[in-house]
Design a binder for this molecule. Structure first.
Ligand SMILES: C[S@@+](CC[C@H](N)C(=O)[O-])C[C@H]1O[C@@H](n2cnc3c(N)ncnc32)[C@H](O)[C@@H]1O
Length: 327
């Protein structure tokens, strides 16, 4: 069996697997003998050439990309994306944004993976118009067939104005934060984009969580981090610590504390997945919200004062200098 990647068109649509099948067929020979119809069994062989349409996996597309995104060779995020992306692959007019466009490597990968994207938006930071053109042409070289679906804009993800502009081009099925990796930016992006700019049932991914653990004095893209682990770090400085807090509001419906919230939109989270340096928020569909867990029927089971205190404390680490006290 010969698997061949026959140029970019086939790479977009899938790879052709060619082969031959030789089959033994039982034929039926019929002839008229006088007025009688006689059926005689006969053995025949036949060889059929076929071309089967097989789509490349996310990993195969990453492997074929040039330049190659570090999602593959450094992080091996394909192990998560393969599963996370599958149910979005064939959505008509699929829309996504990736914060952190770099050389456009991953933009080309998204564009190849999704069957019918109407928007793949990349945020490139500190880029000149020339840079943006280069990012775009590199992405085109990397395999974006429908150039109209690719949009690159310049901007700083630490700016609410920029996040607002991104949101205006939404809503998106998928939002990926692969930008500065500065922990407060991770939280700000989630707070600004998850609730209003992601469709119900959408996926919000944050890559490269390792910077949350880097010690004070280290920098990422020029941003001074102040990370740590457990009690050595405040949730003001660690997005991982901040997002861990959200686990405590997931049972809100069953516990009859629907209004307990830490970050905007956390009432719309259906699940949170942590992987190796990467995490994903799965946003509830409308059906999920309709079918939300019922309040426990056995009266008040909660030490409400303790719960309230906990939520209040969690909210106090919402890094208000970033959020302008809005949350
Ligand atoms: C890890 S790279 C992106 C890689 C790319 N997504 C890929 O997989 O091929 C991160 C990018 O985020 C950009 N970046 C740094 N600070 C940023 C900020 N404040 N806002 C937006 N992007 C930023 C960097 O310039 C860099 O190009």
């Amino acid at each position: 069996m010969n698997i061949s990647n026959e140029g970019s068109v086939n790479a977009k649509r899938g790879w052709n697997v060619k082969g031959k099948i030789t089959t033994l067929l039982f034929g039926v020979a019929c002839y008229i003998q006088g007025k009688q119809l006689v059926a005689l069994p006969s053995l025949m062989t036949t060889t059929v050439e076929y071309t089967q349409h097989v789509r490349p996996t996310f990993k195969e597309i990453l492997e074929a990309s040039n330049p190659q995104s570090d999602k593959l060779w450094r992080h091996h995020y394909e192990r998560y994306y393969e599963r996370w992306l599958a149910s979005y692959r064939d959505i008509d007019n699929f829309r996504m944004v990736e914060i952190g466009a770099k050389e456009g490597a991953s933009l080309g990968v998204w564009a190849k993976y999704f069957t019918n994207p109407s928007l793949i938006l990349g945020l490139a930071y500190g880029a000149s118009m020339d840079d943006l053109e280069k990012v775009k042409s590199d992405a085109l070289k990397a395999g974006v067939l429908n150039a109209g679906s690719l949009l690159i804009m310049e901007g700083d993800q630490g700016s609410k104005e920029v996040l607002k502009k991104i949101c205006e081009k939404g809503p998106y099925h998928i939002i990926v934060d692969d930008g500065s990796h500065y922990p407060p930016h991770m939280v700000l992006g989630f707070a600004e984009l998850f609730r209003d700019c992601l469709v119900p049932g959408g996926l919000y991914v944050i890559e490269d969580l390792e910077t949350n653990y880097w010690k004070k004095g280290k920098k990422i893209y020029g941003y001074p981090v102040s990370g740590g682990i457990g009690k050595t770090v405040s949730a003001k400085d660690s997005a991982v610590e901040k997002f861990k807090q959200l686990i405590d509001v997931l049972p809100r419906y069953q516990l009859n504390v629907e209004d307990f919230t830490i970050l905007p939109g956390d009432e719309l989270i259906c699940s949170i997945e942590f992987g190796m340096n990467i995490m994903a928020f799965h946003k509830c569909t409308e059906q999920h919200l309709f079918d939300r867990p019922e309040t426990a029927p056995f009266g008040s089971v909660l030490n409400i004062t303790m719960y309230e205190e906990h939520i209040k404390e969690a909210r106090s680490t919402n890094a208000r200098d970033f959020f302008n006290s809005a949350y």
